[in-house]
Design a protein around this ligand. Sequence first.
Ligand SMILES: Nc1ncnc2c1ncn2[C@@H]1O[C@H](COP(=O)(O)OP(=O)(O)OP(=O)(O)O)[C@@H](O)[C@H]1O
Ligand SMILES: [Mg+2]
Length: 250
Amino acid sequence: MSHVIAVCTHKGGTGKTVTALTLAAGFASAGRRVLLVDLDPQAHSTIGIGVDAVEPTLRDFFERHPSILLADVIRHAPSRDGLDVAPSDLRLAWTAEGLAGRPKKEDLFRRALKQVSANYDVVVIDTPPSLGVMTQNAVTAADFILIPAVPEARAADAIADLLELVHLLKGEAFSAFRIVLTRFDGRKSRTNAAVLAALRPWEGHLLRSVIPQSEPLNQAQMARQDVFRFDPSSVGAQAYQDLINELQSL
Ligand SMILES: Nc1ncnc2c1ncn2[C@@H]1O[C@H](COP(=O)(O)OP(=O)(O)OP(=O)(O)O)[C@@H](O)[C@H]1O
Ligand SMILES: [Mg+2]
């Protein structure tokens, strides 16, 4: 299984954060040593996993390394043994702008991660809804890209745009990416069929596991817990467990 998984797409609200933090919690509950990295200034995965977005965060790392190292901002998640978090906060948005003109700006996180990666079996990176510098850092550091896609208009366009960036950063031959359908509503059968047809160019990259629309996933976010703790018998928890099993079998 891949070691560094980036959950990416610039389309907003597709379940990147829920996917990243649920995978991280699921791997940790299976006994793996996990680092959840929040590269989104919205800090939703930081907050959602129960960590407060207080300094130092990744913003301090990006702005003040090497005097602040990645290791200095990593914290234990209160809810799970074996789960650490590199938290974000809103100030990361300004950092991203400040890095814009800097050479090799997309490689900063990959180089820092090398210093801590031996401590972890899996690293899961949540990214903002943009193709900007934070997503570029996530893609550059990752050995596997997971793209959550909601079956709705322009889902395929967003995947094509992201893959253009991925191939630019990692070379045309890079193929370690998979698409997972999220927030799936089986009642929208015509839309779902149209979206599946639009995804045909990436058929071999579409995961079998599908994440349905499931309110406990939403409620778990509000309770600042992962769904395996909040409602382990929900269809959302089961779907994410299937996804974890499928990813482990790749
Ligand atoms: N499968 C699901 N069932 C029900 N609600 C979901 C599901 N997945 C995500 N949600 C809810 O939908 C909203 C968007 O999800 P999430 O924050 O994970 O998306 P995102 O892609 O990270 O968004 P952004 O692009 O803003 O970072 C959240 O309120 C979340 O709780
Ligand atoms: Mg998010």
